[in-house]
Design a protein around this ligand. Structure first.
Ligand code: NAP
Length: 265
């Protein structure tokens, strides 16, 4: 199943579930200032929500809002039973602490899954795991290589794979080239979350049965988006960029919100 087909099928199932609920689920999206990239992401999240019947409510604060005012708004939303999930779109202006925001959003409503206490897994690794599961990837005992160790992608990705009994190796910028080639050659699954265009090309050896998951988003000189892998490598499955992990990440936010709704029942 292609990622587009998988996402469409999951959305249809969620839409059906929502239609049968006694109340419409509500996602609160909090934005501060006018960052064009954030505005585009928020538009996408609102569109996804609307498509399946979730009520997405955006609250926009001006750039100069005091930190305490923002935190107190979040606390109010934590206590509001009409709100099922809360996301604060990053980045926020420098005078506002992201750490304080993360500590303030209730773990039961932190559907981005950013904090250690959150009851939800972060959207990008969660979306990848769900898709691999649907594709029948047999996690147990398989060699998984995670390239990158960021807090929002690399580290939680490795954790979720370990929880599913993969043999996980996490590589990063200090890994030698020789070791990268060695581990990738023996991998059944490679997740690249680096952000360097076409870093992994045909000069690397992959198992023909390997699954390659490309998280990287890189703008090429052609003006288009490209991944960390060159396209069409001779493997069993390679996720495209665009139209790959980005769609899975967006879907995972909806899945997390619905998990929150189910827990409330
Ligand atoms: P990040 O915080 O910049 O982390 C990049 C990681 O790559 C770091 O751990 C770094 O190692 C490692 N790295 C850099 N060069 C390397 C090399 N040559 N070999 C091996 N490792 C190397 O990035 P991020 O936030 O995780 O995002 C990674 C990419 O995924 C970006 O392109 C981002 O735009 C994209 N992304 C996509 C989605 C989506 O929904 N599709 C979601 C999130 C992120 P060190 O730790 O040693 O510095």
């Amino acid at each position: 199943m292609t990622i587009k087909e998988y996402v469409a099928a999951r959305k249809a199932a969620l839409k059906e579930e929502i239609a049968s609920l006694p109340k419409v689920p509500t996602l609160s999206i909090i934005t501060v200032g006018h960052n064009p990239a954030s505005e585009a992401y928020v538009r996408g999240k609102k569109k996804d929500a609307a498509e399946i019947g979730i009520n997405a409510v955006q609250t926009l604060f001006e750039e100069n809002i005091a930190e305490e005012e923002l935190l107190s708004f979040i606390r109010k939303q934590n206590d509001d039973p009409a709100i099922d999930g809360i996301i604060v779109q990053l980045p926020v202006p420098k005078h506002i602490s992201v750490e304080k925001i993360n500590l303030t959003v209730s773990p039961a409503k932190d559907v981005d899954g950013f904090t250690a206490l959150s009851q939800f897994d972060p959207c990008t690794p969660k979306g990848i795991i769900n898709y691999l599961t649907a594709e029948g990837f047999p996690f147990r005992g398989k060699n998984a290589v995670v390239l990158g160790r960021s807090e929002i992608v690399g580290k939680p990705m490795a954790r979720l794979l370990l929880e599913r009994d993969c043999n996980v190796v996490q590589l990063h910028s200090k890994t030698t080239e020789e070791d990268k080639r060695f581990y990738m050659k023996h991998a059944d699954l490679i997740v690249s979350a680096i952000g360097r265009m076409f870093l992994w090309d045909a000069s690397y050896e992959f198992k023909p049965t390997a699954y390659l998951v490309d998280v990287g988003i890189n703008r090429g000189e052609d003006g288009h988006l490209h991944g960390d892998f060159v396209p069409n490598l001779p493997v069993a499955l390679q996720t495209p960029v665009p139209g790959g992990v980005g769609l899975l990440t967006r879907l995972a936010l909806l899945e997390n919100l619905m998990e929150a709704v189910r827990k409330e029942k």
